[in-house]
Design a binder for this molecule. Structure first.
Ligand code: ADP
Ligand code: MG
Length: 329
């Protein structure tokens, strides 16, 4: 196929094809290259936050090992959408691992993405398959959290941690996409995009594409709109209400602001936290508010109602308000 691939998500369109195209992780990549050169690829375990190149790295390794033509025959890729029980290990994985390919020599590769979602039974079964078929199969396990993998599996793999990408690492890649796609982006838009991505390249590309598609240009205002994150100014206004106004006023105004801009309370919490840490408040009320925010975050994450948790934020401020000097406009 040639020509422009219209409609492809940019995360796929700009997925690095070769190991050399990957940004950052230079040590991981040079180590894996050595494994390949010496024909001693061990079972691999990639872990770390999303959008840092774990899947791209193993796909690039597979392409270098087999070439695009044999990829389908030699590589089995299972990801989150597949069932995660013991049946998958007994059927699909075992079948693929135990059959030999007539056309290609050497080992095959099985990629198990998001393997931290596998049940413990499935992991135990997987461990036995790994042992039995080491001769003709290499596994590459990918997960966000190491802790959810049984130690017996961890110890059979060579582990690599994929760290979040820094702004400096992401910038050239984003600039490349900006040029290729002819995107109209200003400096503030670029700065905010990189900040919002939090080291996740997938997120940065998705925000970029959504902003470009919806608004034909990328500014900080548009990035806020697309991500639904509160603007710094809005957070400052909330802080001012929280420190100076009564409970009803705070509840009504904050709710209205959130509704207007499609903001989630979780995001308000994250940004309020930053604002409070930096604010010029005495230590004791500051500590009390921070500790209340921690409880609220926990409750939100286990499914508490936004409205009531917003009330708790307002209440936390209201409790300490008298001990805090009035904030000037
Ligand atoms: N290290 C990297 N170098 C270049 N692009 C990257 C890198 N990490 C992620 N990306 C981009 O983000 C997208 C998602 O990467 P992926 O490898 O699927 O991340 P993960 O598996 O760690 O969640 C890729 O398609 C690619 O466009
Ligand atoms: Mg992945």
């Amino acid at each position: 196929m040639s020509g422009k691939q219209i409609g492809l998500p940019w995360v796929e369109k700009y997925r690095p094809n070769k190991l050399d195209d990957l940004i950052s992780h230079t040590e991981i990549i040079s180590t894996i290259k050595k494994f390949i050169e010496n024909e001693q690829l061990p079972h691999l375990l990639f872990y770390g936050p999303p959008g840092t190149g774990k899947t791209s790295t193993i796909l690039a390794v597979a392409k270098e090992l087999y070439g695009a033509k044999n990829l389908k025959k030699m590589v089995l890729e299972l990801n989150a959408s597949d069932a995660r029980g013991i049946d998958v290990v007994r059927n699909e994985i075992l079948n693929f691992a135990s059959s030999r390919s007539l056309h290609c020599k050497g080992f095959k590769v099985i990629i198990l993405d998001e393997c931290d979602a596998m049940t413990r039974d499935a992991q135990a079964a997987l461990r036995r398959v790994m042992e039995k078929f080491t001769k003709n199969v290499r596994f590459c396990l990918i997960c966000n959290y190491l802790g959810k993998l049984i130690p017996a599996i961890q110890s059979r793999c060579t582990r690599f941690r994929f760290a979040p990408l820094s702004v400096e690492q992401m910038m050239p890649r984003i600039n490349h996409v900006v040029e290729e796609e002819g995107i109209d982006i200003d400096q503030n838009g670029m700065d905010l995009l990189l900040k919002m991505a939090e080291g996740d390249m997938r997120r940065s590309l998705n925000i970029l594409q959504a902003s470009h598609l919806a608004f034909n240009k990328v500014t900080d205002d548009i990035v806020y709109k697309v991500t639904g994150r509160p603007r710094r100014n809005d957070i400052r206004r909330m802080m001012e209400w929280l420190l100076n106004q009564d409970i009803k006023y705070c509840m009504d105004s904050i709710e209205e602001l959130m509704l207007e801009n499609g903001i989630a309370l979780n995001d308000v919490l994250t940004d309020l936290y930053e604002e409070i840490c930096e604010a010029d408040l005495p230590d004791i009320p500051k500590a009390e508010i921070l500790s209340a925010l921690a409880d609220i975050e926990y409750r939100l994450n286990i499914g508490a109602t936004e409205k009531i948790q917003l009330a708790v934020i307002v209440a936390a401020f209201s409790k300490v308000r008298n001990t805090v000097p009035r904030m000037e406009e």
